[in-house]
Design a protein around this ligand. Structure first.
Ligand code: ZN
Length: 460
């Protein structure tokens, strides 16, 4: 028998983000060429049908969870707001499946439930739930206007469901998304946004999701499942992985309709660590702004003092400090760097000429402001080794200029051996003891600084 070598890994590997689990590597699965929309085109003549635009179907498979998706998918090509996504709900076996779903949901709903259905279509499921449990509130979201309100039993919201906006408005016990997630560009992101909203508003919900299942298509080699509107093709496993990646705890994960759909009932709990991290993030931004303003006042005082100042460091984190704090070329013209290679270039953004540090031997200054705090210990050693002296070495720490030698900060040498070396040299310091700070330039004590607004209060 002739041995035919398979494709090399290099020729089939793709760096794509899996819509279900977030894994970053996929392999070619099936290339279906260019095809027209299959369910949402609605051509009005044979000619129009034959001339429909065609879109690329490049299906790939996540090697971690088994999800299949179209690497060439463009959500904007699918006209959801023009046409309802029609689902034929009248087949007797399909009706039986819908009845099963309804029974399952009624089992877990409280006596007076609030139910949100995302992508509710004509609202048939909400309608049957509302009739079975009329004391509840039933809200259907769909970006097209085909929702039947069933004589007011259903609140129709002709818009996309946005978790952070609509969860606190609706306070649902249950959020349903049936035959929706496979259409989204990033269904995992949608569930994760829901998870954060749930956590932030401390409003845990139940989630019911149902999607077409390709387990059988994979077993039998069936290709008709793979059309453009369905970006995502779930296996039972990839649906499980997606829910787990959103922090959901799965109560039921089952196949229905002869294995052609897979659905899950899950609890989406409050995840305190996400709220904590979000609070920290907002707090950082607020504090950074407060500190930037305080530092700007100190820098201006430094300019007004008339002392000669050099900034040490002109690129990377140093350039970030120079730009963020407005250390412009007019007020702070002198910039030096330890790296000879950088001498002769200019500070990005502000434009000071960067000079080699030895410039300071011939042109001494009163104050050296070390812009990259994280390298401050090395720079101070370098100054000592090369006989560069000044009155005061400053670094920025927590929104203040602090004296490198006298004030508290975490940037003195970390490793004990180097610290010892540093201490020994300090017995005969080349850098004189700092005496720069006078009353006029003294930074405001931390207590005197305006307190940063507590982000927690905004979040309660
Ligand atoms: Zn995956």
């Amino acid at each position: 028998m002739e041995h035919r070598p398979g494709p090399t890994l290099e020729s089939v590997i793709l760096s794509r983000r899996c819509p279900a689990c977030g894994h970053g590597v996929a392999v070619s699965f099936w290339d279906a060429g260019n095809q027209p929309l299959a369910t949402l085109a609605f051509p009005e003549s044979a000619e129009q049908a034959q001339n429909l635009p065609r879109y690329r179907l490049q299906f790939v498979r996540c090697v971690d969870c088994g999800h299949v998706y179209n690497a060439a998918f463009d959500y904007n090509q699918v006209p959801y707001s023009k046409h309802p996504n029609r689902m034929f709900n009248l087949g007797p076996l399909w009706r039986k499946h819908l009845d099963q779903v309804q029974r399952l949901l009624l089992e877990v709903l409280p006596a007076r439930p609030t139910v949100v259905e995302v992508g509710c279509g004509d609202g048939h499921l909400l309608s049957s739930l509302a009739r079975a449990r009329p004391e509840g509130r039933y809200i259907g979201f769909d970006p097209n206007a085909a929702i039947q309100t069933d004589h007011g039993r259903i609140e129709a919201r002709v818009e996309l469901f946005i978790p952070e906006r609509h969860l606190p408005q609706c306070h649902p016990h249950l959020v349903i998304a049936r035959h929706v997630l496979e259409h989204l560009v990033d269904p995992l992101q949608f569930l994760q946004a829901m998870a954060l909203a749930v956590s932030y508003y401390r409003w845990p919900i139940r989630l019911f999701v149902e999607v077409p299942c390709i387990d059988l298509a994979l077993e039998t080699g069936r290709t008709t499942d793979f059309f453009y509107e369905h970006n995502s093709h779930f296996t039972t496993e990839s649906l499980r992985r997606m829910l787990e990646r959103a922090g959901a705890s799965i109560e039921r994960l089952e196949k229905g309709y002869g294995g052609e759909v897979v659905y899950a009932l899950a609890e989406l709990p409050v995840q305190a660590h996400q709220v904590q991290l979000a609070k920290e993030a907002l707090g950082f931004a607020q504090e950074a702004e407060t500190r930037r303003q305080a530092l700007a006042r100190q820098l201006e005082a430094l300019v007004q003092s008339g002392l000669r100042v050099a900034i040490w460091g002109g690129t990377g984190k140093a350039a970030a400090l120079i730009n963020q704090c407005g250390l412009d070329a007019q007020r702070f013209p002198l910039v030096v760097d330890s790296d000879k290679e950088k001498a002769g270039t200019y500070v990005p953004g502000t434009g000071q000429l960067i000079r080699f540090r030895d410039y300071l031997l011939e042109h001494p200054v009163d104050v050296i402001l070390i812009a990259p705090q994280w390298r401050a210990a090395d720079i101070v050693l370098e100054m000592q080794q090369h006989g560069i002296s000044c009155q005061t070495v400053l670094i920025e720490y927590q929104g203040r200029l602090v004296d490198y030698f006298q004030d508290d900060h975490p940037y003195r040498p970390m490793e004990p051996p180097r610290f010892e070396l540093f201490r020994r040299q300090e017995e005969h310091p080349v850098v004189p003891a700092p005496n720069f700070f006078t009353a006029s330039v003294l930074p405001p004590p931390l207590e005197a600084m305006p307190p940063a607004a507590d982000p927690a209060t905004e979040w309660e």
